[in-house]
Design a binder for this molecule. Structure first.
Ligand code: SAM
Length: 382
């Protein structure tokens, strides 16, 4: 076997008999050195397996800089505003925010302390190369800074969907959990096991779903992202005052766990192709699940975060001035090819069937933010 990760997971399964899908996904994505996000070859963007808003165009970081500046004002322009980015990928977003604020908002830039928390050593190394010019304006969150209280904003884009999830199947009026074992040829094979983890029952109660009342058909499948809970608890404990801004694709719980969504939301990305088989291209493809937006909101509230806005990326970016950028772009003379590319990228950011349909969840702790353009907006949970 020339895939060392495949062999390592096989070995782990042989030792355990079977592992939960959640453990399988954690190994496939995050095993040291060979997991998808931790191998040296990982690339996010056109040359990788999928695009994100940050990798698509610098406009995304620039528009969000306007939001961060408004947050800084909402906190009465403190001398230090910490922006902690979780899971910074290729570091493009950080570069965009720092570059744009240096030129456009020098007072904000003077107060800005950028921090990155990145679990992948390979991506951290690439971020450090890309962002070297920012010197001590930017720090990577290590154990010594992890406990420091934050006043500012904790931001993430497409990070929560990359957390390992538990997969469940409805069988005979109860949940069974999907485990992974090996067949006689040594290939991965799914088996069902009665649900032992009480946290999953608590989760459904928290997001207001009673599975026994949903009328699920036999074999209905779905996912639960329990990793989101300690992640959010940790963020809210660290946030002394300010905001948590989370952008990701997902659904509110009642859509997520709707009986018609009978195959769940698990998706894999390999060279810009999307499919549903997590057992192919092990360690070479991304595996994701949509985010339960209600879970972000409810657990956030439990941990002391007030929900300020829940909206879609298209509406959020339009409120931050994306429309003006499109207009200015049309009126600008210059390289036609570059102009067309940028025009297309701006449209992609607000495409309701793509990035524009992503959820934007803004939570606050001892802080609130007035975004008048969003006041009338769809709150996204209807
Ligand atoms: C899909 S990529 C998104 C990258 C980037 N935010 C963007 O928009 O291009 C997910 C990122 O989250 C990181 N990540 C996953 N789990 C994490 C965790 N628990 N803490 C910090 N980073 C994490 C991955 O290593 C990767 O950098």
């Amino acid at each position: 076997m020339d895939n060392p990760l495949f062999a390592a997971i096989q070995e782990r399964i042989q030792a355990a008999g079977a592992i939960s899908f959640c453990e399988f996904m954690a190994l496939a994505l995050y095993a040291p050195q060979w997991g998808y996000y931790n191998r040296p070859q990982i690339q996010i963007g056109r040359r990788g397996d999928f695009l994100t808003s940050s990798s698509l165009t610098r406009d995304f970081a620039e528009l969000l800089t306007d939001a961060f500046v408004q947050m800084w004002h909402a906190l009465d322009c403190p001398q230090r505003f910490t922006l902690l980015e979780m899971g910074a990928g290729e570091g493009e977003f950080a570069d965009g925010v720092l570059g744009y604020s240096q030129v456009t908002y020098p007072d904000f830039f003077a107060a800005l302390e950028y921090r990155i928390q990145e679990q992948s050593p390979s991506l951290r190394e690439r971020q450090q190369q890309r962002l070297a010019r920012w010197g001590d304006r930017l720090r990577w969150q290590g154990s010594e800074t992890a406990a420091e209280p934050i006043s500012g904003c904790i931001f993430s884009n497409e990070v929560v969907d990359a957390f390992p999830v538990h997969r469940l199947q409805w069988q005979g009026g109860n949940w069974q959990e999907i485990y992974v074992t090996l067949d006689s040829q040594g290939a991965f094979q799914e088996v069902l096991s009665p649900l032992k983890d009480n946290r999953i029952h608590e989760y459904f109660a928290t997001v207001g779903i009673d599975p026994s009342q949903q009328g699920y058909g036999e074999g209905y499948r779905t996912e639960v992202n329990l990793h989101l809970i300690p992640w959010l608890r940790d963020l809210s404990q660290r946030l002394e005052r300010g905001f948590v801004l989370t952008i990701d694709y997902g659904y509110p719980a009642r859509q997520y766990y709707h009986p018609a969504r009978c195959e769940g939301t698990l998706q894999c990305y390999y060279r810009h192709r999307c499919h549903a088989n997590p057992y192919r291209f092990v360690g070479e493809q991304d595996i994701t699940a949509h985010v339960d937006i209600t879970a972000l909101i409810r657990y956030g509230e439990q941990f002391g975060l007030e929900t300020l806005y829940v909206t879609r990326q298209s509406l959020f970016l339009m409120a931050l001035g994306l429309g003006d950028r499109l207009l200015a772009q049309q009126q600008r003379n210059g390289n036609l090819r570059q102009a067309l590319n940028r025009h297309q990228s701006l449209h992609q950011l607000i495409d309701p069937l793509g990035l524009g349909g992503f959820y934007v969840v803004l939570q606050g702790k001892q802080a609130t933010l007035e975004l008048p353009q969003l006041r009338e907006a769809d709150q996204g949970l209807g």
